[in-house]
Design a protein around this ligand. Structure first.
Ligand code: SF4
Length: 248
């Protein structure tokens, strides 16, 4: 049964069913990251993000949001075209959009296992079985000279400790940090000291990179760091399996 916060009423969410949501892509693939690595899943990629990560690997859902506007009912119909029973609601930032509340409720009611992938900057009372949180470290900030407005907005929004606390309190969760340089792990340790409610056993470190060569180089130093600090290593298996690009 999907977990959802106590006291949540569904009346208002019901009314939002009619509002369309921009969807970059819906496809079936194997989950490549985290606790459910290898699980055949239908990915629903919502277009639109409140951050602008320097290394964003889905710019068509953040920097240049694309895709048709679909109602929750249309999304549900498209999902049913695929056989997988696991859903990954991803983005972009799906939690920006109120329609994800009725969407996750309908998916859970239909018996799907629902994972929500979020940067943890916005709270919504979604119904999901796994909250997959990827808080953005200082290595994510876009170039100040090239993108002054987004540099400022990204820095202002990327760290929302109260949202993270609420998500880890209310949902089964995993926390994935993107590591670009060895010193990023020191920032992870400072982060975890400040948010002591996060269970270290649920923390995964994954290398930053969009191709196998870059990931392979980073894995050589990240693997021993994970052993030393007691973190789980999170390879990005979908890039190893399918290479970079959309719909994978
Ligand atoms: S939060 Fe995710 S989708 Fe948004 S800019 Fe960062 S990497 Fe891209």
């Amino acid at each position: 049964m999907a977990y959802h916060p106590k006291g949540h009423t569904t009346g208002a969410a019901e009314q939002r069913l009619a509002q369309p949501l921009r969807i970059a892509e819906i496809f079936q693939s194997r989950q490549g990251e985290g606790f459910l690595t290898g699980t055949e899943s239908v990915f629903i990629r919502v277009s639109g993000c409140n951050l602008r990560c320097r290394f964003c690997d889905t710019p068509y859902a953040s920097w240049e949001p694309e895709g048709p506007l679909l109602t929750v009912e249309e999304i549900l119909r498209r999902v049913e075209n695929f056989p997988a029973r696991h859903i990954v609601l991803t983005g972009g930032e799906p939690m920006m959009f109120p329609q994800v509340v009725p969407l996750t409720r309908h998916l859970s009611d239909r018996g799907y296992h629902v994972t929500v992938e979020t940067a943890g900057t916005v709270y919504r009372p979604v119904q999901c079985h796994l909250m997959s949180i990827s808080p953005k470290l200082s290595n994510s900030t876009p170039d100040r000279e090239l993108h002054p407005r987004w540099w400022k907005e990204h820095e202002r929004r990327r760290h929302q400790p109260d949202v993270i606390r609420r998500l880890v309190r209310e949902y089964p969760y995993q926390i994935k940090f993107v590591i670009d340089r060895p010193e990023d792990v020191d920032e992870v340790e400072r982060y975890l000291r400040a948010l002591a409610e996060i269970d270290r056993n649920r923390v995964l470190l994954m290398p930053q990179g969009t191709d196998q060569e870059a990931l392979g180089e980073k894995m050589t130093w990240l693997e021993p760091i994970c052993q030393q600090h007691g973190f789980r290593l999170c390879p990005r298996k979908h890039i190893e399996w399918y290479g970079p690009g959309r719909g994978k």
